[in-house]
Design a protein around this ligand. Structure first.
Ligand code: CA
Length: 357
């Protein structure tokens, strides 16, 4: 309130506030294991998300065309970010932001200034009339709305695109998609340029690689890089070579627009998921080179089927929800033991096929 937030907003925002146990748990949790890139992509770029994306692409065709016209950002990429960030609005998080962020400020142990800034930014969005207090629901770390902006990013980059004078990334899909395009535009998007192409490298390739280690396409051609479909590459456009699973797995040339996508979440795996989903929504095929594993990842439909198979075989996994949590992993370990498989607790093709596929 000392910073000018209306008491009519500040008081109800913290009425009955308690530290949120789930927020404390998530903010201190160590991942059980590093998710392999093929698990990550199988989950985020599954057939269901591609089909849903194509449906949204058609449904919002006019809005997307207007957004591309204004910001110059490819509409497939905008839809792909929406699909990965919130499953097209279906998974927006259910933490009340004032309480979640207050937990991180008051009960956390690190980055208190950052969280306090996000808390104040969230309250200002309500104070300035963009949102209602009861719309501030999102992830434990404060990302919320259709495209999961954190409050400070929202304050900086959100756009009113439907013309109602409110920047509403919770209920207005035009506002949310335009804001994503605005973000990418500010992050250096280059209109009309590619973001990613799948390529092949020579067997046993040990040459340069890395997103930031850019060279011209003709230089990559002299290093033996070809398109995955066998076509030659060439020209002066600059790209980096990404080898997410080493030279034996899928390989990609990534362009400046890939770097703009990367800036959304600062992870190459994330940028790869967005880029590939955008290509799939545009009708391009799945990756041509398989991942170097004998235990590929599962789509969301396959995750649910694995849980159903585990239940049918008498293992307790809790609710069949497609989410691989501690209970499902414990059941997988038990099933692996009973089947004489290596015990990993991993939800992959191997255990699914062993239980009947
Ligand atoms: Ca609006």
């Amino acid at each position: 309130m000392a910073e000018g937030i209306d008491p009519e907003i500040a008081r109800p925002a913290f009425a009955g506030a308690q530290p949120l146990e789930t927020v404390q748990r998530f903010s201190t949790a160590q991942p059980e294991f590093v998710t392999p890139i093929w698990d990550y992509l199988a989950f985020l770029v599954d057939d269901q998300r591609v089909a849903d994306g194509q449906r949204m692409f058609d449904q919002y065709a006019a809005t997307l065309a207007a957004i591309e016209e204004r910001f110059g950002v490819d509409r497939h990429v905008v839809v792909a970010i929406w699909g990965v960030e919130s499953d097209y609005g279906n998974e927006r998080g259910n933490h009340f932001l004032p309480h979640a962020l207050a937990t991180l400020v008051c009960a956390g142990t690190r980055r208190q200034d950052f969280w306090q800034g996000e808390l104040m930014a969230a309250l200002r969005l309500v104070d300035q009339g963009d949102l209602e207090l009861n719309e501030l629901y999102g992830s434990w770390a404060g990302a919320f709305g259709q495209t999961q902006f954190i409050p400070s990013t929202y304050a900086r980059l959100a756009i009113d695109f439907d013309g109602d004078q409110r920047r509403d990334l919770v209920r207005s899909i035009p506002d949310a998609l335009a804001s994503t395009a605005n973000y990418l535009s500010r992050a250096g998007w280059r209109t009309g340029e590619p973001w990613l192409i799948e390529v092949k490298v020579p067997r046993g390739y040990r040459g340069p690689s890395g997103r930031e280690n850019k060279a011209s396409l003709s230089t990559w051609a002299t290093r033996g890089v070809r398109r995955a479909d066998g076509a030659e590459i060439g020209g002066e456009r600059r790209a980096g070579l990404l080898l997410p699973a080493g030279a034996a797995g899928p390989a990609f040339l990534t362009f400046a627009n890939f770097d703009a996508i990367y800036s959304y979440n600062h992870a190459e795996s994330y940028a790869l998921a967005i880029s590939h989903l955008a290509d799939r929504i545009a009708g391009y095929p799945a990756l041509r080179t398989p991942w170097p594993t004998d235990d590929p990842g599962l789509s969301r439909a396959e995750r649910r089927r694995l849980q159903e198979r585990l239940v049918a075989s008498g293992y307790d996994i809790g609710e069949v929800d497609g989410k691989i949590g501690p209970k499902t992993r414990a059941a997988i370990r038990a099933a692996e033991q009973d089947l004489g498989l290596e015990v990993t607790g991993r939800a992959g093709k191997r255990i699914l096929n062993s239980l009947g596929g």
